[in-house]
Design a protein around this ligand. Structure first.
Ligand SMILES: [Fe+2]
Ligand SMILES: [Fe+2]
Length: 262
């Protein structure tokens, strides 16, 4: 069983690049399940029904979110529709629309995908992601053959600690949010595939997918930053995870390709 996981998809360039690469990568890597983080897919902030459909139509089986979950007004109603393959971080405050995890069947195997958000250097005070992971695993782990975590966080210390905390209890802890791929992909001692950040699917000549001139201007003048999605070649960052026995991962490989979508 192979899982292909894409990091944060940024705007139209990210969505177009995903469409472009998918047939090639499906043939090359033969994934059984594809998961992607869609929190920046609507012009860099949040997700709309159109963006979600575009992503799902490429072959993605489930879309995860992050701190930009509520950036688009319509997302709450999308999350309320349980038929849509869309989840948001599980450790948001209780009572909000949507699910923080999803159990899906792939052939004879059941895959539990959990979305969690970090608390260090994030703009909101979320509930404890570590205790939330315990809670979900206590209720759901027995039903699943494979457990994947989209771990949407900023600080690498918090990220690796989640890796260690869940090592041996889940198949993979995959970092998202920073948009920059890290070179620390590995299988932890008890069989959990780990990476601090998968990286984005977004414009390469940019600041995390945003127009670099606007971003630099804000650093120079501190006048506030208006997010404009950058143009030009798109870097596609993903990981391919090969599952081994039971809930354990055998291999986690980083994949990157830069495509021109013009
Ligand atoms: Fe993001
Ligand atoms: Fe984020």
């Amino acid at each position: 069983m192979k899982v292909l996981f894409f990091g944060d998809i940024v705007g139209q360039p990210g969505r177009e690049a995903l469409k472009e690469i998918m047939p090639k990568w499906q043939k090359k890597y033969q994934p059984d399940l594809i998961v992607a983080n869609g929190e920046n897919s609507a012009h860099g902030k949040g997700i709309t029904e159109k963006c979600l459909n575009e992503i799902l139509e490429t072959g993605v089986g489930l879309v995860t979110l992050g701190d930009h979950t509520w950036s688009q007004k319509q997302t709450a109603s999308l999350l309320e529709n349980r038929k849509l393959q869309l989840i948001r971080p599980a450790n948001f405050p209780p009572g909000l629309p949507g699910q923080g995890y999803s159990l899906i069947e792939i052939g004879t195997r059941k895959v539990l995908i959990i979305n969690l958000i970090g608390r260090v250097f994030m703009s909101s005070n979320y509930d404890c992601p570590f205790r939330k992971a315990d809670e979900i695993l206590e209720d759901e782990a027995e039903k699943a053959d494979i457990i994947l975590v989209d771990w949407h966080a900023e600080a690498t210390a918090e990220k690796i600690c989640m890796g260690w905390y869940l090592d041996g209890r889940v198949s993979a802890v995959l970092g998202t949010h920073t948009h920059i791929p890290t070179a620390d992909n590995r299988i932890l001692p008890n069989g959990t595939a780990y990476i601090s950040d998968v990286g984005m699917v977004g414009p390469s000549n940019s600041s995390l997918g945003a127009d670099k001139e606007t971003a630099i201007e804000n650093f120079l003048k501190q006048t506030g930053f208006k997010y404009e999605v950058a143009q030009g070649p798109v870097e596609i960052n993903a990981v391919l995870i090969e599952m081994g026995q039971k809930n354990k991962a055998k291999k986690i490989q980083r994949i990157q390709e830069i495509v021109s979508i013009d």
